[in-house]
Ligand binder design. Structure first.
Ligand code: SF4
Ligand code: SF4
Length: 127
């Protein structure tokens, strides 16, 4: 019972947060043309063998993109995968540049905010 309570996700809260940021976030998700021009401005991408999972666009598509696509209806496993990206693959250094004006750190920060509300934080002992 207690375990169920701990694993429960408050999707109502997630939906409410997504709703407050919806116009801006949906616009950015829509205008991203997957050109990858932002990639080389991310030092994590550059220092990790240019692994696509560190591409700024890849990071927001697989976090905020997933949350809006699923309309906030995510389970803990899904949110933990999102948490892994927003906590461990981005440091919010704000150096990534998108010629279309997409504010990538703002999107990642929203992912972190949602994870925090569900007790999903950076884990330092699992690298
Ligand atoms: S975020 Fe901007 S630079 Fe990066 S892939 Fe999307 S449109 Fe291109
Ligand atoms: S804010 Fe995140 S995605 Fe952007 S350059 Fe920094 S680490 Fe990379």
């Amino acid at each position: 019972m207690r375990e169920n309570a701990l694993n429960a996700i408050d999707t109502g809260m997630i939906k409410a947060i997504l709703e407050t940021e919806k116009p801006k976030m949906k616009l950015w998700l829509k205008i991203c043309v997957r050109c990858s021009l932002c990639a080389e401005s991310c030092f994590l991408y550059m220092t990790r063998g240019k692994d696509p999972i560190y591409m700024p666009s890849h990071k927001f598509i697989h976090t905020i993109g997933v949350l809006y696509r699923k309309k906030g209806e995510v389970d803990r496993q899904c949110l933990q995968e999102i948490g892994d990206i927003v906590w461990n693959r981005c440091v919010l250094c704000t150096r990534c540049y998108c010629p279309f004006g997409i504010d990538i750190p703002d999107m990642i920060a929203l992912g972190r905010k949602i994870c925090r509300t569900q007790n999903i934080y950076r884990r330092y002992d699992e690298e």
